[in-house]
Design a protein around this ligand. Structure first.
Ligand code: PMP
Length: 381
């Protein structure tokens, strides 16, 4: 099977796998005072440094969580105060959208959803108007969209938030380890990430909190006071060490690797669009993650195409709401019809993708679409 679902989860990097196995062979709670405990704490510190180096922040600005879902929940729950605006967009991941809806359920006027253009870019112009009426609050915008790969104009959002005295959070789950990001330079207050998107293990992630960010101390989990009281619970030592190893591996040659992946993605799009002339690529093409191609095949249901190419592991929209056959809220927000949204396949590739897999996938897509069209035509006749 050729794997084209890196945005759902990336294959674990060999460095991360080796680090996890080694870590799991050692005993030690990072909070224990004896030698095995101190050894675990020492290795957690090293991993925190590896992750901080990837992000361009200091280790003390990182809170380990179970992933980006928890990081998003934690960030918004800490940053939001009823009566001040919570500004986000309709193309966010459900971990942001559902948290935002839950937090503002009693005060729906606090929730502000910015408009989205047909190319997937969130329109930041209304921010002036929002903050002219009420200052403060929090702005939460994803750095890169998981379905289309479209990159936000985060710097503009940061500037607007700063001027309005609002906190700024970004769900950077899809960009970390795929494109170079320097959080200190970006100047956000809060940033969420998940290790398994860049070749670390599943079930571990982090929330970056800028030193000095005026964030009320509102942890989701209280108990033993780990992570400076921000996230109680025995540290996931093996997960953290695996994430650190993946961060270090991803950081190596990141810029060149992104170019190599973008070239493969462009080749895939070119092969598919020339083989199936009426298909359409979604999302602003010059402002996208390198490894994502969202392609609509009008009139051809994506589930049928995916079933007709079982050796290609791609997906319909995102895997995040798996099982639920609802059309993509991202594509609908970009103005696609329900039928077109249901006829869209997301191919996402990454560090282990090969040129041969690209050629193979393009052939498989052409065969599958042709086959589904023939079946539909027969059914019509
Ligand atoms: N945000 C985005 C943009 C994502 O793509 C994902 C993973 N699908 C998440 C958050 C949640 O990550 P996790 O499931 O690892 O908590």
């Amino acid at each position: 099977v050729s794997y084209f679902d890196y945005n759902a989860t990336a294959p674990i990097r060999p460095e991360a796998l080796a680090a996890v196995v080694e870590a799991m062979q050692a005993v030690g709670n990072a909070s224990s005072m004896h030698q095995p405990g101190r050894q675990a704490a020492y290795r957690v510190d090293a991993a925190r440094r590896q992750l901080a180096d990837l992000l361009g922040c200091s280790p003390g600005e990182i809170i380990f969580t179970s992933g980006a879902t928890e990081a998003n929940n934690l960030a918004l729950r800490a940053a939001f105060t009823a009566g001040s605006p919570l500004v986000t967009s309709p193309v966010e991941h459900p971990a942001v959208l559902e948290t935002a809806r839950t937090l503002t359920a009693e005060s729906p006027k606090d929730l502000v959803l910015l408009p989205v253009a047909a190319d997937g870019l969130v329109d930041l112009d209304p921010l002036d108007q929002v903050f002219a009426a009420r200052r403060g609050g929090v702005v939460s915008l994803m750095a890169a969209n998981n379905e289309t790969g479209v990159l936000a104009n985060l710097r503009i959002a940061v500037k607007a938030a700063r001027e309005a005295g609002a906190l700024i959070h970004t769900d950077a789950t899809q960009i970390i380890g795929r494109l170079p990001v320097d959080v200190t330079d970006l100047d956000v207050d809060l940033l969420s990430l998940s290790a398994h998107k860049f070749g670390g293990p599943q079930g571990i992630g982090a929330l970056y909190v800028r030193r000095g960010a005026p964030l009320p101390h509102r942890p989701l989990l209280v108990g033993g006071g780990q992570e400076r009281g921000w996230r109680a619970g025995t540290l996931n030592v093996a997960g953290i060490i695996g994430m650190g190893a993946a961060a270090e591996a991803a950081a190596r040659g990141l810029g060149e690797e992104a170019e190599r992946i973008a070239a493969m993605r462009d080749r895939l799009e070119q092969l598919v669009t020339s083989a199936i002339p009426d298909c359409r690529v979604n999302g602003r093409r010059d402002q996208r993650l390198p490894g994502v191609a969202s392609v609509t095949f009008p009139g051809v249901p994506a589930d049928a195409v995916l079933a007709a190419m079982p050796d290609i592991a791609a997906s319909e929209g995102s895997a995040c709401a798996s099982g639920a056959p609802t059309p993509s809220h991202v594509l609908l927000a970009m103005g696609l019809s329900r039928a077109d949204a249901d006829s869209t396949i997301r191919f996402s590739l990454g560090y282990a993708t090969t040129d041969a897999e690209i050629e193979h996938a393009a052939h498989a897509v052409k065969r599958a679409v042709t086959q589904v069209r023939a079946v539909l035509a027969e059914a019509d006749a």
